[in-house]
Design a protein around this ligand. Structure first.
Ligand SMILES: *Cc1c(COP(=O)(O)O)cnc(C)c1O
Length: 402
């Protein structure tokens, strides 16, 4: 049977992959090129420099891998750590869970701090664990900056302060896959040692380009661990192989050329808008979404305002309603893709991604569609209430600061 034709455009509101700006799509439509040519570095060398801006870094080193965000998690862990090393990680959603699972499967000893889903990393508890670690056996602290499963943003700066207050030499790893390029991220100020991003969220590209920004301290840790027998195995993700080639603008293996052209254009988009405006726009779109949720009489998965994410909102549906059915109906009936509830919150939440290339009216489309889908499934929201609340907020709060 042929696939159903769904006329009009699909409204993509999953929190990744996100909508790709037309000019970025056009920039990626390129013929293949020799990636060892004399011309190639003109494209690549500025990318290593320019990408640092979205990380809030001047001192870091960027590595670009043909990979998704999950590969970059592995790159951070495997380059710097050795088998049996202790790492400290907070778990409060599906992505923090999966990263911990990876660390365990790689052979690390993970000290897990479980936090309630809907909250985030707890700097006080992290500080306590570090103070108790008198022999400095903990080699890294892992934090998911923006937990995409629950719509929660953690305070990485406060985690850094807790580490410093404990006087602990641990590395700090932050997953910024759904925050970098859309939420303020301060790699240098927070002294993050490995900051992880993927291409398909804030960077508005297809999946497939993994980006990591690495501190001097993490590079040192990688050099030190490379002499040891119990170092975690890493070949494809070895930074040292990239360090030999990147300064001249080359890669140890074939990069994805369209994604590199796309990255150049996406960075130009962010730069033209101005990062401060980008962050502000995400905040306004996030707040408008939350105003809609409140007008519906529903609650977000994020337990308190301090946890609110400006890139994704997870919305709890009333008891007895199946959120998965609403998501399916929104897609089939209204051509609207909402984010599913993952793992513990499956069936209990649907997510509206407001990350990447988005403006007022596209967001209002998603809010209207979510409202219609909920009404169709017996959720007693006042018709039009979410759209009304969000639109009056948006009229009062321009997306651009300047
Ligand atoms: C999407 C996401 C990932 C996983 O990235 P993939 O590109 O799907 O491998 C990791 N962490 C967070 C917070 C994410 O949102």
């Amino acid at each position: 049977m042929a696939a159903t034709r769904r006329p009009g455009r699909n409204h993509l509101f999953v929190p990744g992959p996100t909508n790709i700006p037309d000019r970025v799509m056009r920039a990626m439509m390129v013929q293949s090129e020799d990636h060892r040519s004399v011309d190639f570095p003109a494209l690549t060398k500025p990318l290593f420099e320019d990408t640092k801006a979205v990380y809030g870094s001047k001192d870091g080193t960027i590595f670009l891998f043909p990979a998704s965000g999950t590969g970059i998690w592995e790159s951070a862990l495997s380059n710097t750590l050795s088998r049996g090393d202790k790492v400290l990680a907070s778990r409060f959603g599906q992505f923090s869970h999966l990263w911990i699972d990876m660390a365990e499967r790689l052979g690390l000893e993970v000290i897990v701090q479980d936090e309630e889903w809907g909250t985030g990393a707890n700097p006080e508890r992290i500080g306590e664990a570090l103070r108790a670690d008198k022999n400095h056996e903990i080699k890294a602290v892992m934090v998911v900056h923006n937990e995409t499963a629950t719509g929660v943003t953690s305070d990485v700066g406060a985690v850094r302060q807790a580490i410093d207050a404990a006087g602990h030499p641990t590395l700090l790893f932050a997953d910024g896959v759904s925050s970098i390029g859309s939420l303020p991220f301060k790699m240098d100020e927070w002294k993050v040692d490995c900051a992880i991003a993927g291409s398909q969220k804030g960077l508005m590209l297809p999946a497939g380009l993994g980006v990591i920004c690495v501190s001097q301290k993490a590079l040192k840790a990688a050099e030190t661990s490379s002499g040891q027998n119990d170092r975690l195995a890493h070949v494809y993700f070895d930074w040292a192989d990239h360090q030999k080639q990147n300064p001249a603008g080359y890669f140890p293996y074939t990069p994805s050329l369209p994604l590199l052209y796309g990255l150049r254009e996406a960075l130009a988009c962010l730069n033209e808008e101005g990062l401060e405006n980008v962050y502000h726009r995400h905040h306004v779109l996030g707040e408008a979404t939350r105003q809609a949720v409140a007008a519906w009489g529903l609650k977000t998965c994020a337990k308190e305002p301090k946890w609110n994410s400006d890139t994704v909102t997870a919305i709890l549906v009333p008891e007895g309603v199946d959120a998965a059915a609403i998501i399916k109906h929104a897609y089939v009936r209204y051509n609207l893709a909402l984010g599913a509830g993952l793992s513990k919150v499956a069936g209990k939440v649907f997510r509206i991604g407001h990350v990447g290339d988005m403006n007022e009216l596209s967001l209002l489309g998603a809010i209207a569609g979510a409202e219609m889908a909920m009404l169709d499934h017996g959720v007693k929201v006042q018709p039009g209430s979410g759209v009304a609340a969000a639109s009056s907020y948006l009229r009062e709060n321009p997306l651009s600061k300047s």
